[in-house]
Ligand binder design. Structure first.
Ligand code: HPA
Length: 266
């Protein structure tokens, strides 16, 4: 961990981020718009390389609305074959760099039938259906407790801030529970019906490991899903990654405005 921190601090001339953002599928453009300087993951000791189309794999640093921010342009996923520890390592690195507020974003499929493509859903809670937990294994009490509380993973004050920003911008933000499975196969219609019965509103393959680790480390977490498709069985259409990327890219402007105003008001 120390070699990762030393490398980043030397490269960034001790830039001190207070807010971290993880940009999901098709949402990485935000980092291009605000890029002041960037480091490819492949150069950072301890980081694994992103292998997915639509994920660029860079740590991007910028000042947004007066706050120092570090962005992950592209995340690593469990389905790529990385361990839970590997995919959540950057969250601990952000914590060590000084980040205390983390914004997690993703592309997700609508389980809730009232959602429409391009909707933004503020995550109010999650269901971890990935079959693994990033905190398995020996605990380092430097980061957090052995049995961390998860009763408010997604910070209620941050939800108020993003809701106010959404109202100001005239966006009709949704709220909902994010259901995470490991992927890489999309869910079956029966799995989506099950998730709906369990109280889920949107389905995805990321975010939950990072949210668990960030909450464990004492960070305040905000989660935003871009609804890129109807989940399996919700519409008759088959699911395609290209459609996910395209829908997310289409709402880039609203997404940028929402994130910028939210950061300003944090
Ligand atoms: N299911 C799982 N992951 C996803 C989906 C989905 O429908 N859309 C985008 N990521």
């Amino acid at each position: 961990m120390q070699s990762t921190i030393d490398y980043i601090q030397e490269y960034t001339d001790n830039f001190q981020p207070e807010i971290g953002i993880v940009l999901g599928s098709g949402l990485g453009n935000l980092a291009d718009e605000y890029n002041e300087f960037a480091i490819p993951y492949s150069d950072i000791p301890g980081f694994v390389k992103s292998t997915i189309e639509g994920h660029k794999g860079k740590l991007v640093f910028a000042n947004i609305a007066g706050k120092n921010v570090v962005m992950m342009q592209g995340r690593n996923h469990y389905y790529e074959g990385h361990s839970m520890a590997e995919i959540t390592y950057p969250i601990k690195v952000m914590k060590e760099l000084g980040v205390n507020t983390l914004i997690l974003t993703n592309a997700a499929g609508a389980i809730n039938k009232s959602f429409r493509l391009g909707d933004l859903m503020v995550i109010t809670d999650h269901i971890n259906f990935m079959g693994a937990n990033p905190l398995l294994g020996p605990n380092d009490p430097k980061f957090g407790p052995r049995f961390p509380d998860m009763s408010e993973v997604y910070n209620k004050d941050l939800i108020k801030v993003v809701d106010n920003a959404g109202r100001f911008l005239g966006l009709n933000l949704k709220h909902g529970v994010y259901f995470a499975s490991s992927g890489p196969s999309y869910e079956t219609p029966a799995e989506i019906r099950m998730a709906r019965i369990l109280g889920a509103d949107a389905a995805g393959m990321s975010t939950v490991p990072e949210a668990i680790v960030a909450n464990y480390c004492g960070m305040e977490v905000l989660g935003i899903s871009c609804i890129t498709n109807y989940a399996s069985g919700v519409s008759t259409k088959k699911l395609e990654h290209a459609e996910v990327i395209e829908t997310a890219a289409n709402i880039n402007k609203q997404f940028k405005n929402l994130i910028t105003l939210t950061i300003k008001n944090i």
